[in-house]
Write a protein that binds this ligand. Structure first.
Ligand code: ADP
Ligand code: ZN
Ligand code: ZN
Length: 743
């Protein structure tokens, strides 16, 4: 029985209150009154009135008194769960992450839940028909049956091997399986049951693992020797067999009855990788990838939470997956930017993996051929172990790298004669050639030779990219597009020229030069249609494509054994970037692309075209390698007091009114300064590097601290007050703790 709201006579102590994280941009939890007969525990979903709407929130805490007067306390509409959907550990971890990033708990928990649970669906997996062996079916003598009815014998045999149960899905994969199963049902040898359909990744024909080489074995043993939490950097050149080490460690984990969580970059979750796992493990495994429906995502999530899946693979958001028996976390390509969420709840899954491993008391392995400066720093300062795989596994050699000075040389679609000649040689010898250019479209600008007019976006401070085949000018920042003008809009001249190179132009040039060789272009444009990526990759793998052209989509993770020449068409883009991480990124990109060359028996070659052949970065990288360059870059960061030697937070604001963002940030700065907390420098506000984007003006206020705790202290006191600034109503603002890009 619940009493009516306007009867504040009820004794305070008897009122039970739930603290609920409600999805909203507000930073606090909200108190609701529990029905007298309703029990909740943290992690359950409740439906609650919120303003004029009704929302689904998560109970975070229960209490006997509220933060508002009892008679103003609104009652919970409904309790949606009998059991918490989020187990305690996953709930507390997500809340901790929300506090670290100073993001509203309601939105944080919404990120941690599959979409269907957010919308109120029951937390139960789909059900699937399954065929179970009966006692009679188990007793059938197979040899005799095989002579009369080979299919029936075969199916019974499969069932026995599969532990007496096959799902309808598994049956569909067997030729004539369903019909045979019907027959066996009629004979009483099988029984129909219903089973949760978790959507496990199908297992594949097992392949025997290679014997680890000494470096791999040493790395594996070092992780094995960890008890409790320990963070390990697996620093191995491309093709050194890092994945084999992960597989061994995952095998240990599974054998110990625990679950392994494997995080991969967005582009890293390829069918190839899944196949490697499914050939090694005959255990239930789920993969969170963008191709899942909401239903499938929920099924997989439940399998992880309830301990049904032994292995969980996914991209960044998988870090929040609840696990019943966690035993290991692996982050592959830990330097990859895609681990950082760049909008809304801006978390870094790599950093959260370390935090979660530490809370759980389990080992964390961060793998990369080009470790981030942050992680290298943590090896020094926070005692991560540094496990090195210096050589390629299986006998492949590291590629030879060479700088091509293109100053003053004629270029054909961005390609020098020397490079074209190298390409021809490799193609003639049966090698595959990969041309890397991290710019899609035909040309990054359309330019008038008569008056110097340049096509710019009306909504951004940016040039429009020409996409020639589709005859469009497109803004890569806001999506605005229009047809290219027939003549210069400024002077009417018809001498409009495409300036600079994109992958589309490269493709055109190479097609004209090497008409007899199959060509594959992989970038965001060519892979937009569903299934296009798989098709293009298949043709790259089969060798049908002899010349591969691509952006970073092609640069990462793919194992292309026949590629013998990698051409970095334009290294100059990254050499003088404005972001302080630009050089680190460029070095990582060069090493990663170069790593596609000569992954099998054929030795590889890498050619880097540049107008700055004497640039120290290129020299250190080529002469002494990535590790040496990373040391130099770290030294530079230390001198400039930049991350990882400092902690940053970036307050961004944007608005259609030009002066509003700076006005807000200035007020915000004064508010922070008034808190008078030591150790944090407030830099700015200043306009963002690209001040106008998608019709909005943007500005930044940067907070910099030598010590992370000083920064956190300030943010804790300051962020809750930001919402009260009047000037904040005229802007959209967001806070980015540990920003990775200063855009
Ligand atoms: P990485 O993850 O470091 O890029 P992979 O694990 O993909 O490297 O290994 C590169 C190639 O070498 C793969 O084809 C893999 O099967 C093979 N390989 C890895 N370890 C060994 C080993 N110990 N012996 C033989 N081949 C190996
Ligand atoms: Zn003109
Ligand atoms: Zn634009």
């Amino acid at each position: 029985m619940s009493t009516s709201l306007d009867m504040p006579t009820r004794p305070q102590a008897q009122i039970r209150v739930a603290r609920v994280a409600v999805p909203s941009p507000l930073p606090q939890l909200f108190d609701y009154r529990l029905p007298d007969d309703g029990a909740v525990v943290p992690g359950m979903r409740v439906r609650v009135p919120f303003g004029s709407s009704v929302r689904i929130g998560i109970v975070v805490d229960c209490a006997d008194s509220a933060s508002v007067e009892n008679h103003r306390l609104k009652p919970i509409d409904a309790i949606l769960d009998a059991q918490p959907v989020l187990p305690r550990e996953a709930l507390e971890f997500a809340l901790w992450a929300g506090r670290y990033y100073h993001h509203p708990p309601g939105e944080v928990l919404a990120t941690a839940l599959p979409v269907l649970l957010r919308q109120g669906a029951d937390a139960v997996p789909d059900q699937d028909e399954a065929f179970a062996l009966t006692a009679a079916g188990g007793a059938v003598e197979l040899t005799a049956l095989a002579r009369r009815a080979p299919r029936q014998a075969e199916l019974l045999n499969r069932l026995r091997q599969a532990g007496g149960l096959l799902t309808a899905d598994a049956l569909r994969a067997i030729d004539g399986g369903r019909a045979t199963a019907r027959t066996l049902l009629d004979k009483g040898w099988l029984r129909l049951e219903s089973r949760p359909a978790y959507g496990f990744v199908p297992t594949a024909e097992p392949a025997p693992p290679p014997e680890l080489n000494p470096a791999q074995a040493a790395a594996r043993d070092a992780v094995r020797a960890t008890t409790g939490f320990g963070c390990h950097l697996l620093d191995g050149v491309t093709g050194s067999g890092k994945t084999e080490v992960y597989l061994e460690l995952v095998a240990d984990t599974v054998a110990a009855g625990r679950q392994a969580l494997v995080l991969v970059p967005e582009i890293g979750l390829t069918p190839q990788l899944l196949q490697r796992f499914s050939r090694r493990f005959q255990v239930p495994m789920v993969a969170f990838h963008s191709g899942l429906t909401d239903r499938e995502r929920l099924n997989a999530w439940l399998a992880a939470r309830d301990g049904q899946a032994a292995i969980v693979i996914g991209t960044r958001s998988a870090i929040f997956t609840p696990l019943a028996r966690p035993g290991l976390i692996v982050v592959d390509e830990e330097h990859d930017l895609s681990f950082k969420q760049q909008d809304g709840f801006r978390y870094n899954a790599r950093d959260l993996a370390v935090a979660r491993g530490s809370r759980l008391g389990i080992p964390v392995v961060l793998g990369s051929a080009t470790p981030s400066l942050e992680t290298l720093y943590n090896v020094e300062r926070r005692g991560y172990s540094h496990l090195r795989l210096p050589q390629r596994a299986g006998g492949a050699q590291m590629p030879r790298t060479q700088i091509l000075d293109i100053r003053g040389k004629p270029l054909y679609g961005g390609l020098s004669e020397a490079l074209l000649a190298r390409m021809r040689e490799h193609l003639d010898q049966g090698g595959q050639v990969l041309a890397f250019l991290n710019r899609r479209g035909f040309a990054p600008a359309l330019f008038c030779h008569a008056c110097a007019w340049v096509g710019t976006c009306s909504r951004c401070d940016a040039r429009l990219t020409l996409h020639q085949r589709e005859r469009r000018l497109r803004c890569h920042h806001c999506g605005h597009e229009r047809p290219p003008p027939p003549a210069c809009p400024s002077c009417r001249s018809s001498e409009l020229r495409a300036l600079g190179q994109g992958t589309e132009r490269l493709e055109q040039e190479l097609q004209a030069r090497f008409p007899d060789h199959g060509l594959v272009r992989i970038d965001r444009d060519s892979t937009r249609r569903k299934g296009a990526m798989e098709k293009l990759l298949a043709s790259a793998h089969s060798g049908e494509g002899r010349i591969l052209i691509g952006t970073q989509m092609l640069a990462k993770g793919h194992h292309l054994p026949d590629v013998t020449l990698v051409a970095i068409v334009d290294a100059d883009q990254g050499l003088f970037g404005t972001d302080f991480r630009a050089t680190e990124r460029l070095a990582q990109q060069i090493v990663q692309v170069a790593g596609r060359a000569g992954r099998a028996e054929r030795p590889g070659e890498v050619v880097i075209q540049t107008h700055h052949p004497d640039h120290p970065l290129l020299h250190t990288l080529l002469r002494d390698g990535y590790a040496a360059l990373a040391r130099e870059l770290l030294d530079e960061r230390r001198q400039l007091a930049l991350p990882p030697y400092a902690s940053l937070a970036l307050l961004r604001a944007e608005a259609t009114a030009a002066e509003a963002p700076l006005a807000f940030l200035e007020e915000a700065r004064q508010q922070a300064a008034a808190l008078a907390l030591p150790g944090v420098e407030l830099l700015g506000p200043i306009p963002a590097p690209m001040e106008r984007r998608a019709g909005r003006y943007r500005a930044h206020l940067l907070l910099q601290a030598a010590r992370r705790p000083s920064l956190q202290q300030l943010l804790e006191r300051w962020v809750p007050k930001l919402g009260s600034l009047k000037s904040g109503r005229r802007v959209r603002w967001s806070l980015d703790v540990d920003p990775m890009e200063m855009l």
